[in-house]
Design a protein around this ligand. Structure first.
Ligand SMILES: [Zn+2]
Length: 290
C-alpha cells in the first residue's frame, strides 16, 4: 500500500455481492429495505469492483460483510472470499472478518484461522443484527483471539437501517447497539482497539464519553451524511477526539464522494481533517508498519 499516494482511508465499507455466489432472496430483501431507508439504490459491487472504484478516488477501504446467518438467515459474502480478493487488491483493500458470537467455539477457531492464514486485519460486529450484548461473556473467547493479535474490533452502534420500516423491524432490537456495553469490553480487553461505528443515535454522548475515557476506543463517522452530524460530535472531533475519530462511509449506502463533499462543508479544522481522513486510520491499522 502506497500510503503517500492515498488521500483517505475509509474504515467502514460493506461488500454486498459475492464474486462467486449469486444473491439469494434474503440478500435481495435486505438490499431493498436498505435502499428504502437510505432513499437511494446503492450499487451492488464485489470486492474487485470496489477496489477499482476506490483506486480511482486514491482511497483505501476496510471491507467486510456481516455474519447474519443465525439471526437473519442471511449469509453475506464469506470471510475467506473477502480476504482472498482483498489480498489481490492489497494496494487499496483491507479485509475485516465478521463472525457471529453465536457460533461459539467454531467461531473462535474460524477467527484464529482467518487471522493466521487469511491475513484479516480486524473484525466487524453488529450487535443488533447478531442479537447479543457486546459485554455478554459468550463473546469473550472471540475477543481474546482478536486481542491477542492486537487487531481492532469494530462495532455497529446506535440506530440501524437494517430492518427499518419492515414488519417488527425485521426482528432487530436496537438495545444491543447501545455504546455503554462496549465500555465494559474496553475495560476487559484493554489491548483490543474498539471502534464505535456511526454517530450513535440516540446515545451519542455515551459514545463520546467512552472514547474520551478509554484510550483504545475510537469513533467512526460512517452511515450518516456529515451535514446531519450532531454539533457535539463535531466539537469532539475537532478537539478531544481528533486523534480517535475516523472517516468511514458505510458504503454502499453512502458513497465516499458524497460523504467527502458534505464533510468539506462542516466546521472541522484542517489539522483534524487530515487526522480523521487518513492519519488516525494509518496508526490504528498499523499500515505504516508495526
Ligand atoms: Zn456497518
Amino acid at each position: 500500500m502506497d500510503l503517500a499516494n492515498l488521500v483517505a482511508i475509509d474504515i467502514h465499507t460493506h461488500v454486498w455481492r459475492s464474486a462467486s455466489r449469486p444473491p439469494d432472496e434474503t440478500d435481495l430483501e435486505h438490499e431493498k429495505s436498505m435502499a428504502q431507508y437510505f432513499r437511494h439504490a446503492p450499487p451492488h459491487a464485489t470486492v474487485p469492483q470496489m477496489a477499482e472504484y476506490y483506486r480511482k478516488l486514491k482511497m483505501a477501504f476496510v471491507v467486510f460483510s456481516v455474519d447474519a446467518e443465525a439471526g437473519q438467515g442471511r449469509r453475506g459474502v464469506p470471510n475467506e472470499e473477502i480476504a482472498e480478493l482483498a489480498a489481490r487488491h492489497a494496494d487499496v483493500a483491507i479485509p475485516f472478518a465478521s463472525i457471529d458470537p453465536a457460533r461459539g467455539k467454531m467461531g473462535v477457531r474460524e477467527a484464529r484461522r482467518l487471522i493466521e492464514h487469511f491475513g484479516v486485519k480486524g473484525f466487524k460486529f453488529h450487535p443488533s443484527v447478531q442479537a447479543f450484548y457486546p459485554n455478554d461473556r459468550k463473546a469473550y473467547p472471540l475477543y481474546e483471539v482478536i486481542a491477542e493479535a492486537r487487531l481492532p474490533a469494530l462495532f455497529h452502534t446506535g440506530q440501524t437501517g437494517v430492518g427499518a420500516g419492515t414488519h417488527a423491524g425485521g426482528g432487530i432490537r436496537l438495545k444491543y447497539s447501545r455504546p455503554m456495553y462496549l465500555d465494559d469490553v474496553a475495560v476487559d480487553f484493554p489491548d483490543m482497539p474498539i471502534i464505535l461505528a456511526h454517530p450513535s443515535f440516540p446515545w451519542q454522548e455515551e459514545a463520546l464519553s467512552i472514547a474520551t475515557h478509554k484510550p483504545q476506543v475510537y469513533i467512526d463517522l460512517s452511515g450518516w451524511s456529515p451535514k446531519y452530524f450532531p454539533p457535539l460530535l463535531v466539537r469532539y472531533a475537532n478537539t478531544l477526539l481528533k486523534d480517535k475519530t475516523l472517516f468511514g462511509t458505510d458504503y454502499p449506502v453512502i458513497s465516499p464522494e458524497r460523504w467527502l463533499e458534505e464533510f468539506a462543508k462542516i466546521d472541522i479544522r484542517p489539522e483534524a481533517r487530515q487526522l480523521i481522513l487518513k492519519d488516525n486510520a494509518v496508526r490504528l491499522l498499523r499500515l505504516g508498519g508495526p
